[in-house]
Design a protein around this ligand. Structure first.
Ligand code: ADP
Length: 431
């Protein structure tokens, strides 16, 4: 149980850390990508606007020097072959250009024909259906006002490589991030394990203390019990008052002995120190014995215990522990059933190493909200009633530990005021 708590806390811590790390990583990748995109596109846009400006200067120069020899004309030369421009006059005639690649030129001319954007506005077009990937073009336009007319320059650039470079960088960033995340999680798991060490030590000390204390208490309690027995049988004590005092002492010591041995069992189960002493026996006989043990108490409350026709079920298990297990359920059934009720114990035949038995009562029942909690240590639905019945709230917690030893399961069906049925399945090897 203790190892479960620590294991669970460790997994939860690691998971929480993982979620935080994933969030951080997502924000980081998103921010880096957006920043890179912004930096690249703003630089590209600036280059386009500068080029548009240069081209319009050239056009103005040509218009101002009509006689100049073409060779002397300061043409705009693109230093970058991905950059292109087309200049049209107001009649739609192409008057100057630096051509784009023939692959994308028709697409560019289509975009120019359908141009909607304002002057100096930078837009990105995607030409789908291109292999191996769609082409991305960034374009802008500028109107050149000459003395005798108006020209429009369209400048653009193929930014496909830049765009996919950015994609690749993002992808590489994400892969590195995920690798880092895995390393961080392994470290987190190791560190959370380390953080658990002092807690584990403290828990272990406390458990050891409970085990030692209950173990040490057993001897003095046995001595007190033996002394009370002696006094009870001493013929020289005749006073009814003293006899009552001795009987009360015996009762209390008996309760305390039970509490102490329950505590010891719980402390040992924490340490997985419960040792099994298996032997072969008939489980039906064990149930029969337990029922007989409870018979006097049941009779006092006029409760009928029905445990007939139990099929012979030979198992190989720890007899004392199974007896204790059956006793916990039958004892509870009798304790929490009012006078005149009935308790029924049934044993289903062993099937594939699974033995099932049920203890049904017509008692007070357990509210749905309490049905899980009753297996917690010291949990009692009605403390006063349980104490009055000699309960300490450890019975079902112990039952669960015992059932765990046999990889079993406890099922519960209950309705307030009508009764409760506990069904216990155990993986017990057969003959
Ligand atoms: P206790 O020593 O108090 O009986 P248990 O661990 O055996 O401790 O049971 C825990 C609580 O579960 C009891 O205090 C009681 O409130 C409830 N309980 C257990 N068995 C039954 C039952 N058969 N019918 C009604 N309530 C029950």
């Amino acid at each position: 149980m203790a190892t479960n708590i620590f294991g669970r806390s460790r997994r939860r811590l690691t998971l929480l850390y993982a979620i935080i790390m994933v969030l951080f990583l997502a924000v980081l990748i998103f921010t880096v990508r957006s920043t890179m995109e912004w930096a690249i596109t703003s630089e590209q846009a600036r280059e386009l606007l500068d080029t548009a400006h240069d081209v319009s200067d050239v056009q103005e120069y040509i218009a101002g020097h009509p006689g100049s020899i073409p060779d002397e004309t300061p043409e705009y030369k693109s230093s970058n072959d991905r950059l292109f421009f087309y200049v049209f006059d107001e009649d739609g005639r192409l008057v100057n250009f630096a051509r784009a690649s023939f692959r994308i030129e028709p697409f560019i001319l289509d975009q120019i024909a359908a141009w909607q954007s304002a002057e100096d506005e930078v837009v990105v077009f995607t030409q789908g259906g291109q292999k191996p990937r769609p082409t991305k073009l960034m374009m802008t336009s500028k109107v050149i006002r000459l003395g005798d007319g108006v020209q429009t320059v369209y400048v653009g650039k193929d930014i496909t490589a830049l765009y996919y470079g950015l994609e690749k960088a993002t992808y590489a960033l994400a892969v590195t991030g995920v690798l880092m995340l895995i390393i961080a999680l392994v470290i987190a798991h190791l560190l959370s394990g380390r953080a658990m060490i002092p807690l584990k030590t403290a828990y272990e000390k406390q458990r050891q203390f409970a085990a030692d204390a209950s173990h040490e208490l057993r001897t003095p309690l046995a001595v007190v019990m033996a002394s009370a027995d002696l006094l009870e049988n001493d013929p020289s004590i005749q006073s009814p008052f003293l006899k009552q005092v001795i009987a009360d002492v015996r009762d209390e010591v008996k309760k305390m002995t039970k509490l102490v041995s329950d505590l010891l069992l719980v402390a040992r189960s924490d340490n997985q120190a419960l040792k099994l002493k298996p032997s072969k026996f008939d489980f039906a006989a064990v149930i029969g014995q337990t029922v007989r043990l409870m018979a006097p108490l049941a009779e006092q409350k006029q409760i009928k215990i029905v445990a007939d026709n139990l099929p012979r079920t030979i198992v190989h298990a720890d007899e004392a522990k199974l007896k204790q297990l059956v006793l916990i359920f039958v004892d509870n059934a009798v304790k929490y059933t009012p006078t005149g009720g009935q308790v029924t114990v049934q044993l289903l035949p062993a099937d594939k190493g699974q033995v099932r038995f049920s203890v049904q009562d017509t008692g007070i029942g357990i509210a749905p909200a309490d049905q899980e909690k009753i297996f917690d240590r010291f949990y009692r639905v009605d403390k006063a009633r349980s104490r009055e019945m000699g309960g300490n709230g450890l019975g079902l917690a112990i039952a669960q530990e015992l059932v765990k030893l046999y990889n079993g399961h406890i099922g519960i069906q209950s309705a307030l005021g009508e009764g409760t049925t506990f069904t216990i399945s155990l993986h017990l090897p057969g003959k």
